[in-house]
Design a protein around this ligand. Structure first.
Ligand SMILES: Nc1ncnc2c1ncn2[C@@H]1O[C@H](COP(=O)(O)OP(=O)(O)OP(=O)(O)O)[C@@H](O)[C@H]1O
Ligand SMILES: [Mg+2]
Length: 293
């Protein structure tokens, strides 16, 4: 862990920016494509929490959905509107289950390290953010061990976790979300007509019912420690075009319609016949574009 020295606090404030409510709203609207349901929940949850000077518990968000639909990307947008340095801030911590906690045999070591890491960092900066990627691949025992931090405690061993933000990312429930989106499409309804209420039940049930999911094994859910379940919809062709367009610009090219269309058409979609939803979302676009440029 980094040593902030005598001027630690001074340094601390250099890193944290004022929460940019308008910035987050703008980013979610302009940069995150096709996720109107997730955008709305995230904005409401984060703004409510950041404006609350005395939250009773840390903010816990659980982001769910098909691959490449923007879960990591949305976490990045949240981080960028809270911390000047965004994901590279010293106060943002990203854990990936398979990379950081790969061996079940070492679970006790991971537990100690993880708890120490969270405690140490929150005592330096109460407004710390912890992102757990591949939450569905995380050992249930490890999830269980962080539970006290997510709960309504004044403080634990002299450290208060109430200003902290925990974000869980997983594909759990992704198939159920896809099913809802497919049903809407089959009925000829528009995507914007899909609201949280259509996805909420499917999501919570599938997370519960999936016995392979670490989330299911723990009491994270029945103890109501997760404040918001955030569903990410599968992306359509038009969103792939949007991703391609912004990715080309990000790579320093003048976005080219022909190139983006060619790239988007070559991707795989499902159902096979109708080609409605992108199989890999926007995930492979960055590397694929290099082939077409
Ligand atoms: N909805 C979206 N709007 C804009 N860009 C997106 C969106 N979804 C994905 N992308 C782009 O694709 C990249 C990969 O997406 P991301 O890593 O956020 O997917 P994910 O949902 O976390 O997928 P996985 O479940 O496989 O981890 C992002 O960095 C971003 O550039
Ligand atoms: Mg991801």
């Amino acid at each position: 862990m980094e040593n902030y020295g005598i001027n630690g606090h001074q340094q601390l404030f250099d890193y944290i920016t004022e929460y940019r409510n308008k910035g987050l709203k703008y980013d979610l609207k302009k940069k995150l494509f096709g996720q109107q349901v997730a955008a709305k929940v995230i904005l409401k949850a984060v703004t409510g929490f950041m404006n609350n000077i005395n939250p009773k518990k840390p903010l816990v968000l659980s982001l769910h959905g098909w691959t490449g639909t923007g879960k990591n990307f949305a976490s990045q947008l949240i981080a960028e509107n809270i911390y000047q340095k965004g994901m590279t801030s010293n106060f943002v911590h990203l854990f990936t289950a398979t990379a950081h906690f790969p061996h079940e045999a070492h679970i006790n070591k991971y537990k100690t390290q993880l708890l120490e890491w969270i405690r140490g960092n929150v005592s330096i900066c109460p407004r710390s953010m912890f992102i757990f990627d591949e939450m569905d691949k995380m050992h249930p025992g490890l999830i269980d061990s962080i539970k006290p931090y997510l709960d309504f405690y004044n403080n634990l061993d002299g450290v208060s976790y109430r200003q902290a933000i925990f974000i869980f990312l997983s594909n759990a429930g992704g198939e159920k979300i896809v099913q809802v989106a497919l049903d809407f499409w089959k009925l000829g309804k528009e995507r914007f007509q899909i609201h949280l209420k259509h996805l909420e039940t499917a999501l919570s049930l599938s997370v519960f019912n999936n016995k392979n999911s670490g989330l299911w094994h723990t009491s994270l859910i029945d103890k109501n420690l997760v404040d918001y379940f955030v569903p990410f919809l599968p992306l359509e062709y038009k969103h792939i075009i949007q991703c391609g367009w912004s990715e080309m610009a990000r790579k320093g090219h003048v976005p080219n319609k022909k190139v983006v269309i060619k790239m988007a058409r070559d991707l795989n979609y499902f159902p096979k016949e109708e080609r409605v939803f992108s199989l890999q979302g926007c995930k492979t676009i960055s590397s694929r574009l290099d082939f077409y440029i």
